[in-house]
Design a protein around this ligand. Structure first.
Ligand SMILES: Cc1ncc(C[n+]2csc(CCOP(=O)(O)OP(=O)(O)O)c2C)c(N)n1
Length: 279
């Protein structure tokens, strides 16, 4: 992605957010429910992740429409999971992107599960990529465990979006290598052999084997990068834990440019109560 492109992520995109310049500390703030985790650098146009499943493709349509309206030669890239593609919002977004010819790339991380709902139970469509056909633009399946294939196909789709206002859908076929969240226990519904079979295609290991074959990855390089990463994570966690709590008024401060009267009154009331309670 180019710096001035717009990334509209879902909740699995921490890695891409870091790559786009969001700090680990901000990511921790976000997941700690702190609004300051949404305040990226002033020159970033990326969106924070939106947790309601399937909601962000429509936000991306709005951003892509704005780019086209302003005649900017940039593109929007939005991500979601295979489960999200069953939501009405997803189809509305595809339809709008197709009919308005928006510079928008949809990237679906098809990890075969939406919590306990398997890909087969999710849709009778043969592929998710083909859902783009009904909206009048192209879609394709990409090996989502192949980092290089994903990079190449995404770059091409973004180029076509920027230069020709051509929307596109990339279905990254991969596998969820862990429980949905730490609150989930996939052993209750996931056939054991599947995880074992898919683990053999795990993309980070695969990339490492490739880089080793080129002679550009060694154990000592890996050890030094790991030590650096541990240090970076520890520093970010400490900074996060040391951050003073956000003011209560942050409940009101991030949704409107100008607060409607009714909320302005509630905000004042909150401040008064807080003052009474804490002096
Ligand atoms: C509108 C909505 N319904 C339900 C949920 C609860 N929920 C969170 S993640 C998830 C599954 C999403 O699966 P998928 O889109 O395949 O993404 P994955 O997490 O597997 O990458 C559900 C149902 C939610 N966040 N939003």
């Amino acid at each position: 992605m180019a710096k001035n492109d717009i990334f509209v992520p879902y909740y699995r995109d921490m890695g891409t957010l870091i790559q786009r310049g969001v700090s680990l500390e901000q990511i921790l703030l976000y997941w700690g429910g702190d609004e300051r985790g949404n305040c990226y650098t002033p020159d970033s146009r990326d969106f924070p992740p939106c947790v309601p499943v399937g909601s962000q493709p429509l936000h991306a349509v709005g951003a892509a429409y704005a780019l086209k309206f302003r005649k900017e030669k940039n593109a929007v890239l939005v991500t979601c999971g295979d489960g999200a593609t069953s939501q009405g919002d997803f189809y509305e977004a595809l339809n709008a992107a197709g009919v308005w010819k928006l510079p928008l790339v949809f990237v679906v991380c098809n990890n075969q599960w939406a919590i306990s709902v398997s890909r087969a139970a999710q849709t009778a469509a043969h592929t998710i990529a083909q859902k783009a056909i009904a909206a009048g633009f192209g879609g394709e399946q990409v090996d989502g465990n192949d980092v290089i294939a994903v990079q190449v196909r995404t770059a091409e789709a973004l180029k076509n979006a920027r230069e020709k206002n051509e929307p596109h859908l990339l279905e990254l076929v991969c596998y969820r290598q862990h429980d949905h969240t730490t609150a989930d226990d996939a052993s209750r519904y996931e056939p054991k052999h599947l995880r074992e079979q898919e683990w053999k295609k795990e993309p980070i290991h695969r990339l490492r084997v490739y880089l080793e074959s080129l002679g550009v990855w060694t154990e000592s390089l890996e050890a030094s990068i790991q030590a650096e990463v541990v240090q970076t994570v520890d520093t970010a966690v400490k900074a996060y834990l040391d951050t003073p709590p956000q003011p209560l008024t942050s409940l009101f401060d991030y949704l409107y440019a100008t607060l409607p009267k009714v909320y302005a009154e509630q905000r004042d009331g909150l401040l008064k109560r807080e003052k009474l309670a804490h002096g």
